[in-house]
Design a protein around this ligand. Structure first.
Ligand code: GAL
Length: 356
């Protein structure tokens, strides 16, 4: 009796070995079977809910995830939350996502000089972080090999914005149209984004220095922060118009929303001059304003490519994989998308891309 039971067990064990070998072979003989990925959880933390450009980056992120879910047999959870401009709130949000076992964080810092609260938690829990749009200082980024930054090079946007202006000033007819008081110097006002933001500091100085280095004379009438915001820019521009009722020949804005806010103010105040107005980003409203010649130009900030690259990286890092080869890393840490010039001459191409 005992002997029969022993034989039966041996038979059962041999059968199980044969069956498991067969099923391993079905999974692909020679290649180790990959565990099926069921879900990747991605948290996206933005500095605020109301930023036009950042919202367009996150829209492209969501689109990428929905498309990827269709292509691969995977569920991607993407949760997007704004920090209402408080770094402490954002640190708490990061902690909560880590506690909820999110696989990767994509962080648009509130204060780009204060990334340590988030980095400490990420390192302790082994959660990779992709910072975007608001660039942490390099000392922070180099603290761990699972920290990255995706954005664009601010000096390039300043140079291209200057190029739009110097191209116009180099044409004698256009120069005369801009220099309405005919004194050979362009009187301008500057609308800046935020104090301490890399895109405000660098765009402002590089743009004006490049114009002067190209041999043109500039006179700054006023310089105001409007926090990237159309309404704030409109209010600040009204104050400038009150101070300089006949002098403003040019408006240089660190982004399109502020350029559009300046235009709102000029229209509402019935300003007697028609200043040259330039922005940065190439938002749909700005493209329309360039097409209808209300704005004189903008610099394209590639929200689509930034959003998609962040997701490609997050999807891989969240599964414990390296950054894909398709993503071109600079110094093993940074991805910078190129800026490009938008004027009336090429605006239709950008409008067509918007509709794709
Ligand atoms: C800049 C962009 C601005 C604003 C800012 C927020 O790159 O041009 O419009 O979105 O980022 O950090």
């Amino acid at each position: 009796m005992k002997k029969t039971r022993h034989c039966c067990s041996l038979l059962l064990i041999s059968l199980m070995i044969v069956l498991s070998a067969a099923s391993a072979c079905l999974g692909g003989c020679g290649t180790p079977a990959q565990p099926a990925v069921r879900e990747v959880k991605i948290a996206v933390l933005t500095y605020d809910d109301y930023d036009t450009f950042v919202n367009s980056v996150t829209r492209h992120m969501t689109r990428w995830c929905r498309q990827k879910e269709k292509e691969d047999d995977v569920r991607i959870t993407i949760d997007i939350v704004g920090a209402k401009k408080s770094q402490l709130t954002q640190n708490d949000q990061a902690r909560n996502y880590i506690q909820d076992n999110y696989d990767v964080l994509c962080v648009n810092l509130v204060d780009r000089t204060d990334a340590s609260g988030i980095i400490d938690k990420a390192v302790a829990s082994g959660t990779p972080v992709i910072f975007f749009n608001r660039e942490p200082v390099s000392e922070d980024l180099y603290r761990w090999d699972q920290l990255y930054y995706v954005g664009a090079i601010p000096s390039q946007s300043g140079e291209l914005q200057a190029r739009i202006i110097t191209d116009a000033l180099s044409d004698p007819d256009k120069f005369d149209g801009i220099d309405v008081n005919d004194n050979g110097t362009i009187q301008y006002v500057m609308l800046e984004g935020e104090a301490g933001h890399q895109d405000s500091l660098v765009r402002t100085s590089v743009c004006t220095n490049s114009i002067v280095n190209a041999g043109f004379s500039l006179e700054k009438l006023g310089d105001e922060y409007a926090n990237w915001d159309r309404d704030q820019a409109r209010a600040k521009m009204k104050e400038l118009i009150d101070r300089y009722p006949f002098q403003i020949e040019m408006v240089i804005a660190n982004n399109d929303d502020m350029a559009l806010g300046a235009l709102d103010a000029l229209t509402e105040c019935d300003y007697p001059l028609d200043p040259f107005v330039v922005g940065i980003n190439g938002t749909p409203e700005a493209l329309e304003a360039v097409r209808t010649m209300k704005m004189d130009g903008s610099v394209y900030n590639d929200a689509k490519s930034q959003g998609e690259t962040i997701m490609e990286m997050a999807y891989a890092l969240g599964q414990g994989l390296p950054v894909p080869d398709t993503v071109e890393l600079t110094f093993d840490k940074y991805v910078f998308t190129p800026y490009s010039i938008i004027t009336y001459d090429n605006v239709q191409e950008y409008l067509n891309n918007e509709n794709d």
